[in-house]
Design a binder for this molecule. Structure first.
Ligand code: ATP
Length: 514
């Protein structure tokens, strides 16, 4: 990570804590690794992200319904889904730094560095050749880029084989051959690569034997699969249809050093879309496009999102990609879109002995539907929004301000109602306005300190508008509305304030733009 980005990431983390967005879990006991609590502003932002997602899924698609399944599930669920046998990451330790790494991530990072090298060669050549530069021709003929590309292709192929054969020795050999050093100690003194299952387990009931062992769900999807027929029958759903869910998931992550990017307890927003076998690729493309539009409508900059196709497909998938976001730690996975075939339902049928099929009345036949899933991490969404909206500014008067340019519909508070002074009936008038607004808009009221300082505090928590009540308000029933981003103020009739703010801050208006 470049030093400047590293600094920004540190500043975002400390800002999140200082302004009540995110605290380390049980901090008075020095915290718990990779577990975080959301504070008063964080909880509001998180709820708004959920609303934006939930309404997109269930209101905008008449064939998608939402459920809320339990975290605990029958242990056989995880046998059937493949998680007991295969939900593990290959890990290894560096003997000098004692740090633990995911072997596949070390290799993927090394590949990303080779890709950067190609990009650098391209940039250099583009400068040299100017207008006449032909990128395609350059990368397919230049000996240096060809060599890098060959190494990338070879490594990808070896990683794919090692992953699908669960061959840990082969994985280690790639690390040795690529000459990968620990970024902390700088040495190549590695242990062997071992498989590490990421599921947390606990016991249910009073007898602690194996029969009572249950897992904390590592993904929310299985709660949807086991309820597939319940929902289909009771909701009289016709294929294609989707089931959406927001809920906690737990993974005993090996590398958990990236704030809320990789947590051991996190939240997922998942939607499983059940389709006719053979039609999954068309729906896969459909959902890729739809989900990208959902992200980009937030206005954080289209250039900060990109698709990344999976070369190493998970055991259940026949196509998969990520939507990556330009986090302060680089472009990383924000959402996964997977064509999961009939893998899950077929296995639940096998392990439960219950038929999990759909009767297609048009075709007059039963079949196990195929599934296209969209799965986005709520906490990663939070981090994408927080990190891109965090801005350090130098103002014309030479002073500094930190502002969170959170999209207005997602901001924790939509408006701060501020009496200019704490006297002359201004607080009473401000309260009157607030009491009118608070049923439709999350408001903040504050009367302490100079108005400039109060504006700065609202900037720091991302409140898009401040309504200020001054002496003129008492004379002509107007207030000023200050815009967080431009810092411009306009005078508005009190009777117009509510409609104007609702229009600017409504999640529904955002949804209309998708
Ligand atoms: P990664 O490759 O980063 O480990 P994954 O491919 O295992 O992620 P999925 O199983 O596809 O992730 O989960 C779907 C989404 O859940 C991810 O896109 C991500 O946003 C979120 N997610 C997964 N693991 C975590 C975690 N440990 N902390 C926070 N969010 C997570």
């Amino acid at each position: 990570m470049a030093a400047q980005e590293d600094n920004i990431f540190k500043n975002v983390i400390s800002h999140a804590k200082e302004y009540g967005f995110i605290f380390p879990s049980s901090e008075i006991y020095d915290g718990l690794s990779a577990v975080y609590d959301y504070g008063q502003n964080g909880a509001e932002l998180k709820n708004n992200i959920k609303e934006y997602w939930w309404k997109f899924m269930t209101l905008l698609h008449e064939n998608i319904v939402g459920i809320d399944a339990a975290i605990f599930m029958h242990p056989t669920t995880w046998k059937a889904s493949g998680h007991v046998d295969a939900f593990s990451d290959p890990m290894l330790d560096n003997k000098d730094s004692k740090k633990r790494y995911r072997a596949d991530v070390l290799i993927e990072d090394a590949i990303a560095k080779m890709e950067e090298k190609i990009e650098k060669e391209v940039e250099k050549a583009a400068k040299r050749f100017g207008e006449s530069f032909d990128k395609e021709k350059f990368v397919t003929t230049n000996p240096r880029t060809l060599e890098y590309q060959k190494k990338i292709d070879d490594t990808n192929a070896r990683l794919k084989t090692a992953t699908s054969n669960a061959d840990m020795a082969a994985m280690k050999q790639i690390i040795i051959d690529l000459d990968i050093a620990d970024p902390v100690s700088g040495t190549k003194n590695w242990t062997d690569v071992r498989q590490f299952n990421l599921m947390f387990s606990t016991e249910m009931g009073s007898v602690a034997d194996d029969a009572n062992k249950i897992y904390l769900r590592p993904e929310t999807a299985q709660g949807i699969f086991v309820n597939f027929l319940n929902v289909q029958k009771t909701g009289r759903m016709k294929i294609p249809f989707g089931i959406a869910q927001i809920g906690k998931a737990f993974r005993n992550e090996i590398v958990a050093r990236q704030f809320i990017f990789r947590m051991r307890e996190f939240e997922q927003m998942e939607m499983q879309f059940f389709v006719k076998p053979g039609e999954e690729m068309q729906w896969y493309e459909y959902w890729k496009e739809k989900r990208m539009r959902w992200h980009q409508t937030l206005g954080l900059g289209a250039e900060n999102y990109r698709f990344h196709d999976h070369l190493n497909l998970a055991h259940y998938a026949n196509a998969a990609c990520d939507i990556q976001f330009n986090f302060p730690i680089g472009f990383k996975e924000l959402e996964g879109i997977h064509s999961r075939t009939d893998f899950d339902l077929k296995n639940h049928e096998k392990y439960s002995g219950k038929k999990l099929q759909y009767f297609d009345s048009e075709e007059n036949q039963s079949y196990i539907p195929y599934v296209v899933e969209t799965s986005v991490g709520l906490d990663r969404m939070f981090l994408s929004i927080l990190s891109k909206s965090y801005t350090e500014e130098k103002l014309e008067d030479g002073s500094d301000r930190v502002v969170l340019r959170i999209p207005a519909p997602l901001a924790p508070h939509k408006v701060a109602v501020l009496p200019l002074m704490k006297k002359d009936g201004l607080p009473e008038k401000a309260m009157e306005i607030m009491n009118e607004l608070k049923f439709d808009l999350n408001c903040f009221y504050e009367e302490k300190d100079a108005i400039g300082r109060r504006y700065r505090r609202q900037d720091a928590i991302g409140t898009p508008y401040c309504v200020t009540v001054d002496h003129q308000t008492l004379e002509d029933n107007t207030v000023t509305i200050r815009d967080r981003d431009t810092m411009k103020q306009e005078r508005v009739k009190i009777s117009d304030v509510k409609a104007q703010l609702i229009d600017a801050c409504s999640i529904n208006n955002l949804l209309r733009k998708i």
